[in-house]
Design a protein. Structure first.
Length: 530
């Protein structure tokens, strides 16, 4: 064995040892991997179809996003009216249409010109002094896209919360208007996950105007109707949902949760489980000013139109810190803290498709997948050894090395293995021998024309190179497209297939060549076992 061959053998052996080390980590319990300083912590993750869990397809309510944008536009028109030569008497947003009524029909043209200047509205009708608008197509699409990105970001923060969130979950876009959520089994039950997803999480602080034990009693105080710009919200008792207090509050909040930077649940000796919150510098300034101006009054803490508590303000609260108490149990306080940390959803989302996968089905799939891989591997090895003899043994060794490389790389990348991914693994085992077959047939052709074994091996690998690359590159491109545009199980198949193609080509062109360098190498062999 010459010096070059030694370096080739050392390089291949080192690579196999490294990736074999990562592959072996999959057989070590997760707890041991995390405690160990030398066992790799990364390993192949099991997909939802193998591990079990919750699969949801969510539909964001884009109509709410459109209405919210029209609300903002309506406010802008009211503010600009005096300078633009019109006065807004009335405006209403309903079902994606903004109706604006000005003081007289003569002001309609001024309103129309000002609306055009905004660049977001399209007129759809006029009735006397009332103009009807919708968002123009470009702006409506922009609103939908921004809302989708915000929904994805908030859901990811809620589900993948670094303190109490779900590990190895999936939150991704499915098509243009759907969100795919996959939560592995054993981390959250379905009800907990539903609450995390469905709560909008819009936190507000509002100074209480009036209160009563029930909504009916409170309304009796306002027989002629509630004051303009106010609404009644209730505080309820935990799981019983019994109303414990009703509050008359301003519709426009005095402070919102947009300024929050952190929220944590804790056990308080006096109030039980509470949620501590922290404002940023601007929020702290506003909160201090609000509490100073509202001494002696109650401050309602409202989340998604539900009052969680309404403590009395006895003094100015500085430092930007406070807590929410609301008859919480540990799960409720934890859930609320996660929602507040993640921020509010810009629009509601609805569960449009729901599937629950049991872990027993996943274990059965893994068992059958392993059996299929072993059977495929055995048949391929038998064919190779019987038909190509010693060269077939080399191909079989390269095939085993290919599996080590494949599992090792997937482990390093913490790739997710799905049921279609197992199919990709079995397919890789079956296809891995193809490159060797091409090489061996090229070597046989060279031997038939009378070349020596060394020359035939060298020429066979050289001639087979581009044929192997052409065939595998086209398949790799297909796998990349599947990964880019596929979702869930399709991505799992694409990942396994992509890595398998790369490792198969490497094993055939490099590892098999190194084995031929070892034997026959530079020996003057009269014949080649092929």
């Amino acid at each position: 064995m010459n010096r070059t061959t030694r370096w080739h053998v050392l390089g291949v052996a080192s690579l196999l040892a490294l990736l074999g080390w990562f592959a072996a980590a999959n057989f070590v319990p997760k707890e041991v991997r995390e405690r160990s300083a030398w066992i790799p912590s990364s390993a192949i993750r099991l997909g939802l179809d193998l591990r079990g869990g919750i699969h949801w397809v969510l539909g964001p309510d884009f109509a709410a996003a459109i209405d919210r944008e029209l609300d903002a536009t309506q406010a802008a028109l009211r503010e600009r009216g005096g300078e633009a030569g019109y006065s807004v008497e009335n405006s209403l947003v309903e079902d994606g249409v903004l109706r604006v009524t000005v003081a007289s029909p003569e002001q309609v043209e001024a309103l129309r010109e000002d609306a055009d200047d905004l660049g977001v509205l399209r007129e759809v009708g006029v009735d006397g002094a009332t103009l009807r608008f919708v968002l123009n197509d470009r702006w409506a699409q922009d609103v939908r896209e921004r809302s989708m990105q915000q929904v994805l970001e908030v859901l990811r923060r809620r589900i993948d919360d670094p303190i109490q969130g779900v590990q190895e979950s999936v939150v991704t876009r499915q098509g243009k208007e759907r969100v795919l959520v996959q939560i592995p089994g054993g981390q959250l039950n379905r009800d907990q996950a539903r609450d995390l997803i469905r709560k909008t999480g819009f936190l507000t602080f509002r100074v209480v105007i009036d209160q009563a034990p029930t909504e009916e009693l409170l309304r009796q105080n306002y027989s002629e109707g509630l004051p303009e710009g106010t609404e009644i919200l209730t505080e309820v008792e935990g799981e019983s949902e019994a109303v414990v207090a009703a509050y008359l509050l301003p519709k426009v909040p005095d402070l919102t949760g947009d300024y929050l930077t952190d929220a944590r649940s804790r056990l308080d000796n006096r109030f039980g489980w509470v949620v501590d919150f922290v404002f940023n510098s601007e929020g702290a300034r506003r909160f201090a000013k609000l509490t100073e101006e509202s001494r002696g009054r109650q401050l309602a803490i409202v989340l998604d139109n539900r009052v969680y508590s309404a403590p009395r303000i006895d003094e100015r609260i500085g430092g930007g810190r406070g807590f929410i108490r609301g008859r919480f149990n540990p799960e409720d306080s934890s859930k609320l803290a996660i929602i507040l940390r993640a921020g509010s959803l810009p629009i509601p989302v609805a569960i449009e498709e729901e599937r629950t996968v049991g872990p027993a089905l996943g274990a059965d799939s893994i068992r059958h997948g392993i059996r299929a891989s072993i059977l495929g591997l055995t048949l391929v090895v038998l064919f190779a050894v019987v038909y190509y003899r010693l060269s077939g043994l080399y191909a079989s060794l390269a095939l085993f090395a290919n599996l080590i490389l494949l599992v090792g790389l997937m482990s390093m990348a913490s790739a997710t293995l799905t049921l279609p991914g197992i199919a990709g693994l079995v397919l890789t085992v079956g296809m891995a021998i193809d490159a060797n077959v091409i090489i061996f047939e090229r070597i046989r052709e060279e031997l038939r024309v009378g070349k020596t074994s060394r020359a035939a091996i060298r020429t066979g690998f050289s001639k087979a190179l581009w044929t192997i690359l052409d065939a595998n590159i086209t398949t790799l491109i297909t796998a990349i497209v599947l990964f880019q545009y596929g979702t869930g199980p399709i991505k799992g198949f694409a990942v396994t297939l992509s890595i398998g193609i790369v490792t198969s080509v490497f094993a055939a062109l490099v590892i098999t060549r190194v084995l031929f360098e070892i034997y026959p190498g530079n020996r003057p062999a009269e014949s080649l076992s092929i």
